[in-house]
Design a protein around this ligand. Structure first.
Ligand code: PLP
Length: 313
């Protein structure tokens, strides 16, 4: 399925075939290359789907997929098996069943609304879901994962902000991959959300030829900080069928993180993670700064490659 909002489409450079915006949303013939280890359910969500729409993998939090629609369809989408229904998945989340499951499981303290994009629902539906969650005393923390501030910044209307404002435990994760996406419109949308008391994080996907170099990544995370957005995760690209042309090596990702550490604000540095195939969840991947630990001595390497010792078990 191809669908791109006019706002995002207008960011495409018409004369640059390698435009980082183009590559995210316009199909390429490389998508015909399918690798043996690629999987339509690359992070094993189906086996943890407790009721249609609700993925319960970690004991204390759930992923609540509220729709299969998105503002634009990313070529590397983890959930391409179900978004847009292009593959005939027939995704129909039953809100009442999902809410009932959350209500009856007192260990769930964190609910992540995702999809598809939750902000494509009407203000009324969003308010309904947030109010229902607010009425469950064990739910302490609610997040909306949305790329609409990036795809359709005009969705951040004053009426939406008014309904979000009343929820004091609400955070939002947006998804920006390249500094070109950091338009004035996105900045305004983020500032409005932040002014409404919603802390913002960003989740980027490491993508070949799009953001897989330290210079681009540094420019992106600096822009994010200026928009009041904390870079949260940098994902190694999931093993989505037909996405190998967009995947970068894990080694490259580690190198980028190493280059950022020590050369920019700590707040700006996202955690690099691999969402493990087979449903293992997110696993942090870090440069190895701890060289060895023998006889109660930790040998630590700093950002300049110098070593320091710290005595401890
Ligand atoms: C990413 C994810 C979460 C949230 O994980 P955090 O590390 O808290 O951001 C919860 N459930 C599932 C299934 C997820 O994939």
């Amino acid at each position: 399925m191809v669908s791109v909002t006019p706002h995002f489409f207008n960011l495409i450079d018409p004369v640059d075939f390698n435009c980082p915006i183009r590559k995210q949303v316009i199909p390429s013939k490389s998508e015909g290359v399918i690798q043996a280890w690629e999987d339509t359910d690359p992070v094993g969500e189906e086996s943890s789907m407790v009721t249609p729409g609700l993925v319960h993998r970690y004991p204390d939090r759930v992923l609540f997929l509220v729709t299969d629609r998105c503002g634009s369809y990313c070529r590397y989408c983890t959930r391409s098996r179900l978004v847009s229904n292009a593959q005939g998945y027939g995704f129909h989340p039953n809100f009442e069943n999902c809410l009932a499951y959350i209500k009856s499981n007192t260990s769930i303290r964190d609910v992540l609304l995702s999809g598809g994009d939750p902000l494509l629902l009407s203000d009324e539906k969003i308010s309904y879901l947030l109010s229902e969650l607010a009425s469950i005393s064990h739910v302490e923390f609610v997040r909306i994962g949305s790329r609409l501030p990036v795809f359709l910044p005009q969705r951040i209307t004053s009426s939406l902000l008014n309904s979000l404002k009343s929820h004091s435990n609400l955070w939002m994760s947006i998804h920006v991959n390249h500094p070109k996406e950091c338009t004035n419109e996105l900045k305004d949308a983020c500032h409005k959300l932040a002014s409404s008391g919603i802390p913002l994080g960003n989740q980027s996907v490491l993508l070949k030829g799009i953001n897989d170099d330290a210079k681009t990544m540094k420019s992106l995370i600096h822009r994010l900080l200026m928009m009041k957005v904390k870079p949260y995760y940098l994902y190694q690209c999931d093993l989505v069928p037909g996405s190998s042309h967009l995947r970068t090596s894990v080694t490259k990702g580690i190198e980028i993180i190493r280059e950022l550490r020590g050369s920019t604000t700590g707040y700006a540095i996202p955690q690099f993670v691999i969402d493990a195939p087979g449903g293992g969840g997110k696993i942090p991947i870090n440069p190895n700064y701890v060289k060895k630990s023998t006889n109660g001595l930790w040998v630590l390497e700093n950002f300049e490659g110098k070593t320091f010792e710290y005595p401890s078990d």
